[in-house]
Design a binder for this molecule. Structure first.
Ligand SMILES: CC(C)(COP(=O)(O)OP(=O)(O)OC[C@H]1O[C@@H](n2cnc3c(N)ncnc32)[C@H](O)[C@@H]1OP(=O)(O)O)[C@@H](O)C(=O)NCCC(=O)NCCS
Length: 213
């Protein structure tokens, strides 16, 4: 019997779950858990999104990330909720170019997520890279499915999900939304650090990593 993910382990080892992902053009993207020191940069990131992107991400009109949402995002692991940021070096400075929040439901073994990429960085494959990384992070938590919901007219998210192999259905909660869902397998094409950490903590079988403990 596998161990359940221990969120205190995650919390005390936040930095160990950092992934460096290579983008199509050769640039590197760092995906890591949000930390308290990132709060101001994350607020700035949300304020800088276009009105449309923010609307699509927050599912409604808001000029910034609501304080209650920020607070939840900063409590990594609580209620099996997680927040990650994607950073790139811009003019030598680590800059948030994307973010995602996801939550794992141990009962259904589903992970639900939402994500955004800053307008200046959209269309460069960053959303695709983040989604692959989220799939790996979710699988490492024990999830069998990853799903999200978005407005039916959000062509960008629908295009990204379709290209990444998600299936679509109506969202049970709201007729304006579509739900996209993908089964997760034990083997992923893009392993992430969470996978390794989960194996090391004994949450999932990975013989090579367990042997190296
Ligand atoms: C949706 C979003 C995350 C996509 O990120 P991205 O980095 O631009 O996506 P990518 O560059 O990886 O594009 C991947 C694929 O998505 C599709 N896509 C991207 N933009 C599209 C558009 N405007 N219309 C249709 N399809 C589009 C394409 O299939 C694209 O593949 P291609 O470049 O080979 O054609 C980004 O547009 C965003 O943050 N939007 C605002 C917030 C939001 O809507 N979040 C979703 C809430 S869950």
């Amino acid at each position: 019997m596998l161990a359940e993910p221990d969120h205190r382990f995650v919390l005390s080892n936040l930095g160990r779950f950092t992934d460096v992902v290579r983008l199509k053009g050769g640039r590197s993207l760092t995906v890591r858990f949000l930390e308290p020191k990132d709060a101001d940069a994350l607020l700035f990131y949300f304020r800088s999104l276009s009105r449309q992107s923010r609307y699509n991400r927050l599912m409604g009109a808001a000029s910034e990330l609501p304080p209650s949402e920020l607070d939840k995002a900063l409590h990594i692991g609580e209620g099996s909720r997680f927040a990650v940021i994607a950073e790139m070096k811009i003019d030598g400075v680590d800059t948030i170019v994307g973010e995602s929040r996801y939550s794992y439901d141990a009962q259904t073994q589903n992970t639900e997520f939402g994500l955004s990429i800053g307008d200046a960085w959209q269309g460069q494959g960053i959303g695709t890279a983040m989604l692959s990384n989220l799939e790996c992070r979710s699988a490492a938590l024990g999830a069998l499915r990853l799903f999200g919901e978005t407005f039916r007219n959000n062509d960008q998210m629908i295009g990204l999900a379709r290209k990444a192999g998600y299936a679509f259905a109506g969202a049970p909660s709201d007729w304006r939304l579509t739900r996209f869902e993908k089964p997760l397998y034990r083997a992923t094409e893009i392993p992430c650090e969470s996978w390794k950490q989960a194996a090391m903590a004994g949450w999932m079988p990975n013989e090579a990593l367990l042997a190296a403990r």
